[in-house]
Design a protein around this ligand. Structure first.
Ligand SMILES: [Zn+2]
Length: 165
């Protein structure tokens, strides 16, 4: 039991909490003493000072968390922007020397050739491709589907363009 209490007292959270309570109550006591010396009562000043300090801490933490959140968002945006850049090897349209060019998808891309110093534009072109049969398909199934696709005799109700009627 004593050991557990000792461990609890040794933990960093307890130390920070203890120090915070100590400093907060010290400041509040100073306020109380000040009011007491002015022939006013100690405790109301003490409690008001404590409440004001707690309010200040809450506001301070809220502002700090907001700025932390903004920093994290900015880092995330920078990371996404960095990932949006692709590096492509392109031959110069003037001298045909290959250059490694960073490409950003959502802007017009230009680069200066390292060899002849001419400014090149970059034209992006996308082509679609057929998807090949995935290797995870069981082999007998894949073979039978290939046979079925390539032999018109096994497709009695064929409406493919290969069989003119
Ligand atoms: Zn060039």
């Amino acid at each position: 039991m004593l050991r557990k209490v000792y461990q609890l007292l040794q933990s960093p959270i307890t130390k920070v909490l203890g120090l915070s309570v100590f400093f907060t109550s010290t400041v509040s006591s100073l306020f109380g003493t000040g009011f007491y010396l002015l022939n006013k009562s100690f405790w109301p000043a003490f409690f008001i000072a404590t409440a004001l300090q707690l309010l200040f801490f809450v506001l301070y933490n809220t502002v700090r968390q907001t700025s932390d959140y903004e920093t994290i968002s900015r880092i995330e945006t920078d990371r996404l922007n960095a990932e949006a850049k692709y590096k492509v090897k392109l031959g110069c349209s003037y001298c045909k020397i290959a250059n490694v060019v960073p490409i950003v998808l959502n802007t017009e891309n230009r680069y200066k050739c390292e060899s002849c110093n001419q400014i090149n534009g970059v034209k992006l072109q996308f082509i679609s491709t057929q998807i090949t049969t995935p290797i995870t398909t069981p082999i007998p199934e894949a073979i039978s589907s290939i046979i079925a696709a390539h032999s018109p005799s096994m497709q009695p109700s064929s409406d493919s363009p290969q069989s003119p009627s």
